[in-house]
Design a binder for this molecule. Structure first.
Ligand code: NAD
Length: 381
């Protein structure tokens, strides 16, 4: 089998690497043509101010909301056009980084972001993007996709293409120090889901496997510690940041699977935080996948130190460990997502229609998704 791996993003990793921001600007970029995209939480954490000190004169747009809306992206795109922007800096979690990628596209192409849903729909390459992640979840700093919620259709659109990889990712684990425990938990579990799905979906390769296994190891080693005290535990925040980055490198060249199909459908309908929805669905999807994936799950189980038994029993132990980890860091139960039962059918249909559904290791029909939702509900009643 022929294997390809592509990632053009220059990665600068390490505590304090935010200070490298000015060095990463393409030569001769005037400050007033830089658009810094961020959100209110980053300003409250004092992180936006630090970036502004490093980029004096840059224009700031900080109205991005979690699960970023297409209307917000269109507004920021208008600002980028008015500014004649030449560079977009995304400073934030996955929502901000995705918005930054989408704004960079709109800066050089006409219309609304909804016109660009799908793969490589732009005609002019987007502006260069510098990505600075501040959560330990999405890996968006090294992927080519922007996930933007269409508010009218209540659907998470994927907008992607080879020119949408950020030119550089400044990955600074110290930026996680202000992340509240609930966000460490949900975004950290998001990275674990990326790694597990990237390892088991059909397009996985030996290259993406290497990143995924290491990401799973780092999550198991450090997520609980990071949740307990990310502000003071340097080693743990370094570990969860690495897990997130490695998982992004993995699924960016592999794919995600049924967990994401469900969580994106739920997120678009109910605005559920992406990492929370992923974490809740992970064990149920793993159980569903067992007939096709017990061998792969057993390999991951061994990678995190579980031993003995058949592949099936090891895979089940991994699922139990994941449930325990999620419980220990306060991931809510399914019923706390507040998904009305009458929406199950719609969620199942949307999950089936998701672009990543064909990648899932076990074929999943709309009925199967309905079954997973019903199983999750019956367990949490
Ligand atoms: P987020 O970006 O939605 O941020 C959640 C909250 O965390 C925000 O209120 C933000 O202000 C706050 N926050 C972020 N960093 C902080 C910090 N250091 N200190 C204090 N508060 C901070 O969360 P996310 O989980 O990183 O991103 C989720 C989005 O990413 C979803 O829309 C999802 O679909 C998308 N996503 C994209 C990709 C991709 O490859 N493009 C992959 C997975 C998920």
């Amino acid at each position: 089998m022929r294997v390809r791996f592509f990632n053009p993003t220059r990665i600068v990793y390490g505590p304090g690497s935010l200070s490298q921001l000015p060095d990463q600007l393409p030569a001769g970029t005037p400050a007033e043509q830089i658009l810094l995209i961020s959100d209110a939480g980053l300003r409250r954490a004092g992180i936006t101010q630090r970036a502004q000190e490093l980029l004096p004169g840059a224009e700031v747009f900080e109205e991005v909301e979690p699960n970023p809306r297409h209307t917000t992206v269109d507004r920021a795109g208008g600002l980028a056009r008015d500014l004649g922007a030449r560079l977009v800096v995304g400073l934030g979690g996955g929502s901000v980084l995705d918005a930054a990628k989408a704004v960079a596209l709109l800066a050089s192409n006409p219309g609304s972001i909804e016109d660009y849903e799908g793969r490589e729909r732009y005609t002019v390459p987007p502006l260069p993007v510098l990505a600075v992640p501040t959560t330990c979840g999405t890996g968006s700093e090294v992927t080519w996709v922007a996930v933007i919620t269409h508010t009218g259709r209540r659907f998470k659109m994927s907008i992607k293409g080879p020119a949408m990889f950020p030119v550089a990712a400044l990955v600074d684990p110290d930026l996680l120090a202000s992340l509240p425990p609930a966000l460490v938990a949900s975004t950290g579990m998001d990275a674990l889901v990326h790694a597990i799905e990237a390892y088991t979906v059909k397009p996985a390769t030996f290259i993406t496997d290497a990143f995924a296994v290491q990401a799973v190891r780092m999550s198991f080693l450090f997520l609980k510690r990071a949740w307990a005290d990310i502000r003071n535990d340097h080693e743990a925040r370094d570990g969860v940041m690495k897990s997130s980055l490695l998982a992004g490198l993995s699924f960016g060249n592999s794919d995600v699977g049924a967990v994401h199909c469900l969580s994106e459908s739920v997120g678009a309908l109910l605005d559920t935080p992406h990492g929370v929805a992923n974490a809740v669905f992970l064990p149920f999807v793993m159980e569903f996948n067992l007939p096709a994936a017990s061998g792969r799950y057993a390999e991951l189980a061994r990678a995190v130190g579980l031993e003995g038994g058949t592949p099936e029993s090891l895979a089940r132990r991994l699922i139990r460990e994941i449930r325990e980890l999620a419980g220990a860091i306060g991931i809510p139960e399914f019923q706390h997502l507040g998904i009305p039962e009458e929406r199950f059918r719609e969620i199942a249909d949307k999950s089936f229609a998701n672009n990543s559904n064909p990648s899932n290791v076990r074929e999943a029909s709309a009925e199967d998704y309905l079954g997973i939702l019903e199983r999750a509900q019956s367990e949490s009643l």
